[in-house]
Structures are given as C-alpha cells and as structure tokens.
Design a protein around this ligand. Sequence first.
Ligand code: TXA
Ligand code: MG
Length: 344
Amino acid sequence: MKTRIEKIIPDNIDMEAIEKMGDIIKNGGLVAFPTETVYGLGADCMNEEAVLSIFKAKGRPSDNPLIVHVADVEQVYEIAREVPDDALELFKHFSPGPITVIMKKKECVPEVVTAGLDTVAVRIPEHPVALELIKKSKAPIAAPSSNRSGKPSPTKAEHVIADMEGRIDAIIDGGECRVGVESTVIDVTGSVPTILRPGGITKEDIKKVLPDVVIDKHVLKSVEVDESPKCPGMKYKHYAPDAEVFVVEGNEGRVYEKITECITNEKNKRIGVISQNGREYNAELVLDAGRDNVEYANKLFDYLREFDKHDIDIVFAEFSIEDEHALAVKNRLYKSAANRVIRV
Ligand code: TXA
Ligand code: MG
C-alpha cells in the first residue's frame, strides 16, 4: 500500500488537505494524525471493518480496547449511554486536553472498538489538526497510538513513518507532540473515579475537581519493584526498544555514581544514558531529559527510538526528580525497562 504523507501546519491548517484526510476516514481508510499527547492511528469509529484494520496495521491484540476521539462535549453523547456528572466536570476543566474518560457505551459503538466491554473510552484532543480531522470525518475517530504494537508511542511524524509507512493510507505530519506521553485514562463508572493510566493531567489536577479520585492499584504496582537487580550482566527478556533499559532511581548524586560504575563494568557494550539536569557520562550516547518530568515525558519516547537508531545495547535512565508528573513518566519508563529498576 502506498502511504500518502501530508504535511499540515497546526496554526495554519490547509483546509483542502485536511478535508482529503477526512474523506479517507469517511471511506473506511486509516489516517495517522498528531495529537497533543502522541500520534494516533485513526479510523471511523462506527465502521467495524476499518477499526479491525487498525489492529492489523499495528499488530495489536484484539482484547485491548481503543480510545474514541470526539470534537466536543456534545459529540460525547453520540457514543456514551450515560454521561455522569463526574465526566462532565472532567470535560469542563480538562478538555480539550490530555484526558480520556471511561463511560458506559451506547449500543451503536461496535464491539471491536471496546473489545467487547460495555464501556467506552472518550477523549477530546487539544490539537487543532486532530480536532479538524474529526470534524471533517463527520464521525468520532477510534484511534490508538500510531506505533507498531510493543514499540514506544510516536511523538514525531518520523516515528510514525518508521512504523507505519506502507501499512496505512495516510500520515499527517503536524510536527512534534507537546505532552509526549499518552492521555490520563480515568474511569467514572464505579463508586469512585479511578485513574487507570497516569498521563498529562495529574492526580493533583483532578483532585481539585473530583476530591475522591484514586489511582488504580495496577498503576501503582507497575511503579513498584520488589527486587532491585544490581548491575546488568544477566540477560533479561525485553520488549519496547531493542536496547535493554535499566532505570536507576534515587538521590541524584548516588544515581550518577551508580551509572558511572555500571558503565565501567560494561566495557564491551554500546551504552546510552538518559540523564537529567544535563549531567554528562562517558557513554556512546547521552540524551538529556531536562529539569522536570514535564520535559522528561516530552522526550522519553523519542529518546528510546534514538538509542535504537544508534544500535545502543544498554540504556541507563536516570530518575531522580519527584514531582506531580513523576508517576506518568515512571509508568512508561518501568514498562520500557520491563521493571529492571536499580534503586540507590
Ligand atoms: O493520548 C492518548 O490517549 C493517545 C492519543 C492517540 O489519543 N491514544 C492512546 O491509545 O494512547 P492507546 O490505544 O495506545 O491506549 C488506550 C488505553 C489502553 O490502555 C486501553 O486499554 C485503555 O486506554 N482503554 C480503552 N478503552 C477502555 C475501556 N473501555 N476501559 C478501560 N480501559 C480502556
Ligand atoms: Mg499505545
């Protein structure tokens, strides 16, 4: 399949170009598009066959439900059977923006979208290109992140091209994504609003609107590790990037010392480091994730792909800054490290 690549500038959208992209979706095709979090791979949510082709293009297991993207709160009612007050509060305060709300689904939403669940995940993205694409498609857009399953989510068009060229109809190049990690997913169908995936909107943000909000225990489990492996040497199974990732977490002085020690112990390997606060290491490739976790989130997925491009064998990722956004970053970092976390 020839994939059309269309550059669209977010603050000066070419209406003719976006209309053509909307037509592709209307006709059952797949279009990758930028959002403020990561790139999405979109299809008409009501077209079962089109949605099925998303799973095929990504190599995604069919039991993992998709997020449905709508342009405004009014359109939420097209797919949600009940829109609880909590959901309305969340949309009012944080949408358009990096939050996804789980509600009871309407019958008309095909089961392939929700993997057979009776709930649907709904999000109003903030990105002007995404919003315009939804409007031009005249339908809610079902879209997971636009990466091959198991790879880091794409935050630049070049990531999408690397994973999806030849597999989908079109890719909209709308530049870099601002947030860099996927949206916060929150379920409002139970007795207490529950965060299922941490993201751009933090628990602290949500607490101001829904004081009872809790974080699902699986999220916390994914950022708790019982056993700290020492320096690498043992072969671990890995997924996500080709390189083996180790998170080195704790006080920044000790993190620096530990990574320096590990680099010395791994002489015959190509070593990469994600550093914070611009610290330097004697490694093949050192990429700086900045001074806070907003910046870390913005860079993380891009960096993981960058290490693979440079054939790095082992990546040590510093983690020494705890702030409101730490949970979202750690959740992705631990997963890409298959829970290889060295606490110092
Ligand atoms: O920022 C984002 O959310 C990006 C952009 C493209 O919008 N999308 C994204 O989609 O990250 P995806 O498919 O990679 O992640 C969707 C997450 C999955 O963890 C899925 O299990 C969960 O949302 N999800 C979807 N529907 C659900 C439902 N009905 N109940 C519980 N979890 C659901
Ligand atoms: Mg994904």
